[in-house]
Design a protein around this ligand. Structure first.
Ligand code: ADP
Length: 194
């Protein structure tokens, strides 16, 4: 198994690059943002609880997200590996993920961080808001999401760096160039499926 965390601020391109990685390396994609939005649209109790936080640009409580991830990992026991997108977003989530994977006799092999200047992030997110229909893609909520990223999510990078797993890639070039930079790191562990 090969397990990858794609890390970066809101708007850094994690969703887009995840799609490229999934189609080339056949990893199982786990996006907590997508999973939460699915719960919201199905009006589940978890979704109703999560929506209160998401609409304000705040992180959903760790225990909610960790429980959701745990069942997703169990559902894909025979995967070639996982790509985690938008998770872990706090240090307790990172520690919980390590424990979950250890229980399955595996681990996180690599964390790829997308580095994009803040002005570019805001520009992309505001642009996406015009078409995405996402209730959290407006300027006020975007600012809050970036603030949450700095205070709660950035420490996750130090956590993985201390474990020697973090590699940073510039996410400010074209989608294709950024993907190429990511593949250089992934290919050290796993080759694309042709
Ligand atoms: P983005 O990275 O563009 O902000 P996501 O789709 O990853 O978008 O997340 C949207 C929202 O869902 C976040 O603002 C947050 O409220 C919630 N969310 C997603 N993943 C997590 C997580 N791992 N922990 C807590 N909240 C999360």
């Amino acid at each position: 198994m090969f397990n990858l965390v794609l890390f970066g601020p809101p708007g850094s391109g994690k969703g887009t690059q995840s799609e490229n990685i999934v189609s080339n390396y056949k990893l199982q994609h786990i996006s907590t943002g997508d999973l939460l939005r699915d719960e919201v649209s199905r009006h589940t109790p978890l979704g109703t609880e999560a929506k209160k936080y998401m609409d304000q640009g705040m992180l959903v409580p760790d225990e909610v997200v960790i429980g959701m991830i745990s069942s997703k990992i169990d559902e894909s026991a025979d995967a070639r590996g996982f790509i985690f997108d938008g998770f872990p977003r706090t240090r307790p989530q990172a520690e919980a993920l390590d424990k979950l994977l250890e229980f399955k006799h595996t681990r996180i092999h690599l964390v790829l961080a997308l580095d994009v200047p803040e002005a570019e992030l805001v520009k992309r997110l505001v642009g996406r808001g015009e078409t995405s229909g996402r209730s959290d893609d407006n300027e006020e909520v975007i600012a809050k999401r970036i603030k949450e990223y700095h205070s709660k999510t950035q420490p996750v990078a130090s956590y993985y760096n201390a474990h020697g797993k973090l590699e940073t890639v510039t996410g400010n070039h074209s989608i294709a160039e950024t993907f190429k930079s990511l593949t250089k790191h992934i290919n050290k562990y796993l080759l694309p499926v042709t």
